[in-house]
Ligand binder design. Structure first.
Ligand code: F2R
Ligand code: MG
Ligand code: MG
Length: 318
């Protein structure tokens, strides 16, 4: 794919995270969101401030770029440093406990396993931040899967938390590689993900995603897959919102918010999917210029693009 188009998609994925997160944040925890509220977001969104979803995405991108690839200890310490600087971003209960343990010397691949009575977290916090991994490694799906899983396990060591991050990363990588000029094949994405889903709960949810008709309402989507903070609800919900409107960033993200529940996170992941597929140019200008951190997100997207190009060169035979 020509470089300018790929850059637009890398930037679209990271800006999509922040725009979805910021637009969805005021509604987090509410029931389904009314269309009048969604129209207001479209017309005059005001200042768009991101939350922990984007803050952690920034941390993942910063670490991948600084270390020229995945380094668990560095990524865990980057998350912890960013949290210490801005603890008010609305973090879930689990990650700050991990950050404290890591800063006190617990190895990065042990701390996450100590949460929730030793089961680890199945919250959506690892899936919501995983887009930079999908971008950096998009040319090598096995690497996307391995790094998504390792990065997830820093804070979300439960198999369902890890699998949510793997599926979201696979979806972003699939969409980055898709040709947006040919009609989108809903089944192709869902079947690609089903092939990578190991747990029955994800396989069942993806079957339900496939069976939803094109005119499915927000209530239908919530009934089939849920809208909660658990990775196995939020990740399939984001995939549904994207698939409902694959050709429109704004419609996909507003659909995600309309589901209610964990709105910032479902919209953040939908924004990553839609931005990866359609590119930054498909994000409405007031959103992409008005979102906090837009300049930094573009810089990191470009650095991830350079990193991905370096990986490609390493693989090419001399
Ligand atoms: N924290 C929030 N929203 C709360 C309100 C924020 C408020 N607006 C503010 O400004 O302060 N949102 C963010 O948290 C979610 C991501 O959470 P994460 O990182 O996955 O956290 P955690 O604690 O690991 O898991 C979340 C909850 O899931 C349940 N859970 C997870 N694993 C469990 C297990 N093994 N057993 C039982 N329950 C488990 C718990 O209830 C966890 O607290 C995003 O929405 C982000 O936006
Ligand atoms: Mg949040
Ligand atoms: Mg949330």
């Amino acid at each position: 794919m020509e470089q300018d188009r790929l850059r637009d998609r890398f930037r679209g994925a990271l800006l999509g995270v922040a725009v979805g997160d910021a637009l969805g944040a005021p509604f987090e925890g509410m029931g389904m969101v009314h269309s009048a509220d969604l129209e207001r977001l479209h017309a005059a969104p005001g200042r768009l401030c991101y939350t922990d979803d984007t803050h952690m995405t920034l941390g993942m991108a910063e670490s991948l770029v600084a270390m020229r690839g995945f380094d668990g200890e560095n990524m865990a310490r980057t998350f912890a440093r960013n949290f210490r600087q801005e603890p008010w971003r609305g973090y879930g209960a689990g990650p700050p406990q991990v950050f404290r343990m890591v800063e006190e010397g617990t190895p990065w691949d042990k701390a996450g396993r100590m949460l929730f009575g030793g089961t680890g977290s199945f919250g959506n916090g690892a899936a919501m931040r995983v887009a930079p991994c999908a971008l950096a490694y998009h040319q090598d799906l096995e690497k996307v899967i391995a790094v998504a899983a390792q990065s997830a396990s820093i804070t979300h060591a439960h198999q369902l938390g890890i699998e949510g991050a793997v599926l979201q990363a696979c979806a972003v990588a699939f969409l980055i590689r898709c040709n947006a000029r040919v009609p989108f094949e809903k089944r192709a994405l869902v079947e690609f993900l089903e092939f990578r889903a190991a747990s029955p709960v994800y396989r069942q949810k993806l079957e339900r995603v496939k069976s939803l008709t094109p005119d499915a309402t927000a209530a239908d989507i919530v009934r089939q897959v849920g809208n909660g903070i658990e990775a196995y609800e939020a990740v399939p919900a984001a995939i549904c919102a994207f698939l409902r409107h694959p050709d429109s960033f704004s419609k996909a993200v507003l659909c995600a918010i309309s589901l209610g529940g964990d709105t910032d996170t479902i919209a953040c992941m939908t924004g990553a999917l839609s931005g990866a597929y359609l590119g930054e140019s498909a994000i409405p200008v007031p959103w992409r210029e008005g979102v906090e951190g837009a300049g930094r997100l573009r810089e990191l997207a470009d650095a991830l693009l350079a990193l991905a190009a370096g990986f490609r060169q390493q693989e090419e035979p001399e």
